[in-house]
Design a protein around this ligand. Structure first.
Ligand code: 4AD
Ligand code: MG
Length: 475
C-alpha cells in the first residue's frame, strides 16, 4: 500500500479499495478512497460525484456538502476523469442504487482534467474509437470489466495446473525454428536494414547477425515444452506468442498469449479430457470471482454470456471425428462460402455452424487429415489422419488446438521432409525420439479467445490492453 499524504490524519486501515467498501463496508466507518471521477451531479445544497478505482465495476457515490471549504472552486475541478482522494464517513444511502455512500469530509485533488479535451465523455463511445485511446480506455466500464475478468482467468490458469502438479515453465520468445511450419514468423535482427551484409552469392549473410543465423519471435512454446515434459512429465507454458499472419479478423492478433500444457505418457483422449476440464475450471472460477462483471457483460454486451458459461460448465463437450464433422456439414443444407469436402481445413463458418447451430455447445473435432496439420502430430494407423484435436466454442470457433505428438523417430523424420523442413534445424527435437521417447500430448489455448468467450466481446482487440495487429502498434 502506498504512503498516505498526511499520515497524521489517517491510518492505513482507513485506506480502502472501493470493492472492499462495497462488499464489506458499514455505516459510520471512516474511510479514505482514491480514484477517478466518473460523473458529477450538482444539486442545490450538495453534489454527488461517482468515484471509481478499478477494483470494482460499481462506483462509490460521494456526497459533497455545500459546507465544505472552497465548495464552489472545488466543485468546478471535480470533472470526469479527475483523480481524487476523499476522506469521509460511510452512511447508509437513502436512495436506491447503492447500499452505502461516502459523506466527504476532506477532498484532495491529485490531477484535474480539462473537460473540453478529455476524450472520455459521459456518453457511450464505440469500441473502435476507444481503441484509438488505448491509454485511457481502461477507465471505461466495459474495458475495466474485461481486464478484471482477464486477470481472474489468468489466475485460474495457474490454479488449475498447480493443483494438478504441472510445472510452469518459461519457454523462449526468441527462437530459430518455426514450430507450426506455417511461415508466419516475425524476424529479429540487429542488421542495419539499409545496409544488410551479403554473401558472395548476394544472399543475406546471417552469420554476421546477432545469433549467427536467422532468428524469430516464437509462434509457440510447444517444442521446448516437449523437451521439458520429457524430463518433468507434466508442464505448461503461459506467455506471449507472435504471428505475422496478415489476417485482419476479430479473432486474430499478431501478439497473443497462449497456454500450452504438455504431458508425457499421455494420448489424445487424455489430452481432450484435460482440455475440457481446463475450460470448465476457468469459466467456473471467473463466474465465482467476477460475478458483477459477468452480469454487466450479459446485460450490456451479449445476452448469452451467462447461459453460455453455464453450458460450458455443465455440459459434456461433444466429440466428433473430422470425418464425421465433414459428413454433418455436407448434410447441413447450408450455402457455405467455402464448399465442404474431405481434406479441407475447416473454416470459421464451418466451425461455428457445428458448435453454435448443430450442437449448441463446445465440440471437439479430432483425427484431422494429415495433409493440413503440422509435422509434429502423430500419424494414425489409417495413413490418412493425425491424432489432432481442436476445441470449437460458440461465438469463437477454434479456441484450442492440440495433438498427440509423433514419438516415433522414423515417422517424424518422414513428416519433416514431407513438410519441406530441414532435419538439421530440429536435431534436438529429434533427439527426444532417440533417447527415451514416450507417447506425449498437449494443446494450446488462445488466451484472448478465452476472454472473448467469457465476456462476449466480439473483437479480440478489446480483450488485450495493447493489441497488435497489422498497422497497429501505437501504444
Ligand atoms: O492451433 P494453434 O496454432 O496450435 C499451436 O500453436 C500448438 N503449438 C499448440 C500446442 O499443441 N501446444 O494455436 C493454438 C491456439 C488456437 O486454437 C487459438 O485459440 C490461438 O492459439 N491462436 C490465436 N489467437 C489469437 N490470434 C492469433 N493469431 C492466433 N493464432 C492462434
Ligand atoms: Mg489451430
Amino acid at each position: 500500500m502506498c504512503q498516505l499524504r498526511d499520515a497524521a490524519t489517517a491510518t492505513a486501515m482507513e485506506h480502502r479499495k472501493i470493492l472492499d467498501i462495497l462488499r464489506h463496508g458499514h455505516a459510520d466507518e471512516t474511510v479514505i478512497v482514491q480514484g477517478w471521477i466518473r460523473t458529477k451531479r450538482e444539486l442545490k445544497n450538495f453534489s454527488f460525484v461517482e468515484v471509481n478505482d478499478g477494483s470494482a465495476l460499481a462506483n462509490l457515490q460521494v456526497v459533497i456538502a455545500r459546507e465544505l471549504p472552497d465548495y464552489p472552486d472545488l466543485l468546478k475541478q471535480l470533472n470526469t476523469g479527475a483523480s481524487v482522494e476523499v476522506k469521509g464517513t460511510l452512511v447508509d444511502s437513502p436512495a436506491k442504487g447503492q447500499r452505502l455512500e461516502l459523506q466527504a469530509e476532506e477532498i484532495h485533488l491529485y490531477g484535474g482534467v480539462d473537460s473540453e479535451t478529455y476524450p472520455l465523455q459521459k456518453k457511450r463511445h464505440s469500441f473502435e474509437f476507444l481503441r484509438s485511446i488505448a491509454h485511457l480506455r481502461s477507465r471505461t466500464n466495459t474495458l475495466g470489466a474485461v481486464f478484471r475478468v482477464r486477470n481472474s482467468a489468468a489466475n485460474a490458469v495457474h490454479q488449475f495446473f498447480q493443483e494438478r502438479g504441472f510445472l510452469w515453465i518459461h519457454t523462449p520468445i526468441l527462437t530459430s525454428s518455426d514450430c507450426e511450419g506455417a511461415g508466419e514468423l516475425f524476424s529479429v535482427t540487429q542488421f542495419d536494414l539499409a545496409n544488410v551484409p551479403k554473401t558472395e552469392d548476394q544472399d543475406v549473410d546471417y552469420r554476421q547477425d546477432f545469433f549467427g543465423k536467422p532468428a524469430y519471435l516464437t509462434v509457440s512454446g510447444q517444442l521446448e515444452a516437449e523437451v521439458m515434459a520429457l524430463a518433468l512429465r507434466d508442464v505448461y507454458t503461459f506467455g506471449p506468442t507472435f504471428r505475422a499472419e496478415n489476417s485482419n479478423t476479430s479473432r486474430h492478433l499478431a501478439e497473443f498469449w497462449m497456454i500450452e500444457p504438455e504431458m508425457a505418457f499421455c494420448d489424445l483422449n487424455q489430452d481432450m479430457d484435460l482440455a475440457e476440464d481446463f475450460l470448465k475450471f476457468i469459466v467456473n472460477a471467473v463466474l465465482n470471482t467476477c460475478p458483477e462483471d459477468l452480469e454487466f457483460f450479459n446485460k450490456r454486451i451479449d445476452s448469452t454470456v451467462l447461459s453460455r458459461a453455464d453450458g460450458i460448465i455443465t455440459s459434456n463437450f461433444e466429440r466428433l471425428t473430422y470425418s464425421e464433422a465433414i459428413a454433418k456439414l455436407q448434410q447441413a443444407n447450408k450455402a457455405f462460402e467455402f464448399p465442404v469436402e474431405w481434406g479441407m481445413d475447416l473454416q470459421s463458418e464451418h466451425e461455428r455452424y457445428l458448435t453454435e447451430e448443430l450442437i449448441g455447445k463446445p465440440v471437439i473435432v479430432y483425427d484431422y487429415p494429415i495433409g493440413i496439420k503440422a509435422f509434429y502430430m502423430r500419424a494414425n494407423d489409417d495413413g490418412n489422419t493425425v491424432a489432432a484435436m481442436d476445441v470449437l466454442a460458440p461465438q469463437i470457433g477454434e479456441i484450442i488446438g492440440g495433438s498427440q505428438r509423433e514419438e516415433r523417430l522414423d515417422l517424424l523424420q518422414q513428416r519433416l521432409h514431407a513438410s519441406g523442413l530441414d532435419e538439421q534445424d530440429y536435431w534436438w527435437y529429434l533427439d527426444l525420439r532417440r533417447y527415451g521417447t514416450v507417447p506425449h500430448a498437449g494443446f494450446g489455448l488462445g488466451f484472448e479467445r478465452l476472454v472473448q468467450l467469457i465476456t462476449g466481446m466480439t473483437n479480440i482487440r478489446d480483450v488485450i490492453p495493447f493489441p497488435r495487429s497489422p498497422m497497429n502498434i501505437d501504444f
